[in-house]
Design a protein around this ligand. Structure first.
Ligand SMILES: [Zn+2]
Length: 170
């Protein structure tokens, strides 16, 4: 009888310990959830407004849209083409004050860093705006795309200057 009493006591203690642990975990999870949703909000602060260059609604082109942050301002574009035309325009000072740039990877359709992306030109794939710089996070994907779609050249972001924009998009 005594043994049963002790075992149930142990069982109850374990139960209490477990319960308090579970409680803690739940609280921690809740905290994590709160911070996650806060960071989500930071990511979602983008307003996919009309394209800064051509005026088309950028939300209509989730597989091409570009978000550029320059001078603490978010600028949405329907496709890389419109962004590069905007950057090549020396009457604005956007090109010299880029803080962040997210383009859409053609294969994965994920938003990727536009400054480290690889851009294929001259392919048989056109964006909503026509000839374009088609972005990829991985150089390997850019090479595969170039082979599959008759591309002409792979550019890094730094190589796309005004001359390249005129040459590739005309
Ligand atoms: Zn546009």
């Amino acid at each position: 009888m005594k043994q049963i009493f002790y075992s149930s006591l142990i069982f109850i203690s374990i139960f209490i310990i477990n319960f308090s642990c579970t409680n803690k975990t739940t609280q921690e999870e809740e905290n994590t959830e709160v911070s996650e949703s806060t960071s989500d909000k930071t990511e979602q602060k983008y307003e996919w407004t009309d394209c800064q260059n051509c005026g088309m609604p950028t939300n209509d082109f989730p597989n091409w849209q570009v978000m550029l942050k320059a001078n603490s301002e978010n600028l949405a574009f329907c496709a890389p083409r419109c962004m590069f035309i905007h950057l090549a325009d020396s009457s604005n000072n956007v090109a010299t004050s880029i803080e962040k740039m997210e383009v859409t990877d053609y294969y994965t359709t994920q938003k990727i860093d536009g400054k480290t992306a690889f851009y294929v030109t001259g392919s048989d794939k056109t964006s909503p705006m026509g000839k374009d710089f088609v972005p990829f996070a991985k150089k390997e994907d850019a090479q595969n795309f170039m082979t599959e779609h008759n591309g002409k050249k792979i550019y890094s972001f730094g190589e796309i200057n005004k001359e390249a924009v005129v040459l590739e998009l005309k």
